[in-house]
Design a protein around this ligand. Sequence first.
Ligand code: ATP
Length: 358
Amino acid sequence: MNRYKLAVIPGDGIGKEVISAGLEILEAISSRDGGFEFDITHMDWGSERYLSTGKFMPEDGIEQLKSHDSIFFGAVGAPQVADHLTLWGLRLAICQPLDQYANVRPTRILPGITSPLAGIGSNDLDWVIVRENSEGEYAGQGGRSHKGLPQEVATETSIFTRVGITRIMRFAFDIAQSRPSKHLSVVTKSNAQRYGMVLWDEIAAEVSTEFADVSWDKMLVDAMTVRMTLDPASLDTIVATNLHADILSDLAAALAGSIGIAPTANLNPEGDFPSMFEPIHGSALDIAGKGIANPIATFWSASMMLDHLGELDAAGRLMDAIEQITSDTNNHTPDLGGAATTRMVSDAMLEEIRGRNV
Ligand code: ATP
């Protein structure tokens, strides 16, 4: 029996609701499989903790996480706390020290779900977006001085390193190589950004020589939004910087039907530190407490976690169950145009996993 130590950080808003649903599903899948179990540590890290203690996580939070195999994360964000404090106080405060440099965002039109793009079916949109997750525009370099004065100044410096670019390019080419199309699109902005993005392009070309069987193209980020919308079938694996992929993956999620179904993995591919799995959506306070959050993004993230842990059968079974569920529109929550609740979707998943079809 494999035992995995799982750190669970539900966070704020619907993060709590979808993670609670996700844990039920993980429990069901491990009972069904019988070959592995989770030892769960629940962490109350998030905005409530920040408002009462001034910190999103304990001083030794990273050390606590290091003793786990994986992290299952919900969402963080509250109206009383500025978004940049939240992001840097918790999500990035975990990703950076644990060197989760590869952020993987699969996007597909799941069965039963309609893309807002007319005439686009499931075979026309099947992408993996790889986001550089440790440096670039979100490296955390910059500052502000002369606050409040007319000469106030703020800098936000992007950092691109040979090590950082090389490792994310290798990771992305590797993923492209593992998929049937064997094609990678490298997103850039090297026409306007002459240093970091030119280095990015150069290293993409260098790394491409290690992957002779993978074809690749280079696309300016602005042109990429057009290609994603007008010619989605021409894309397969996409690699982009921290900022570019952040934006493109929200577009991808919308084109695939809803942000409520989009999963992500923050990977430390070498396994030196635990990786973190989460839905890409935020705390969505407009629907928090109503019981209508779509838990599919979290279920899909759980499947990615099982895959990363090496529980490939269970990961596949969970993904099959998700596809069974989405193919019935009675299981669609309001974000997908349906009337199902989180509970109804979870119950349908539990039934699917425990018995009938998968
Ligand atoms: P943040 O916490 O990052 O500030 P947010 O709540 O402003 O995020 P998102 O979480 O990205 O923004 O979501 C935008 C909107 O999409 C939400 O307000 C909500 O209406 C909808 N949404 C997001 N996630 C889900 C979900 N899982 N199920 C249903 N609707 C969702």
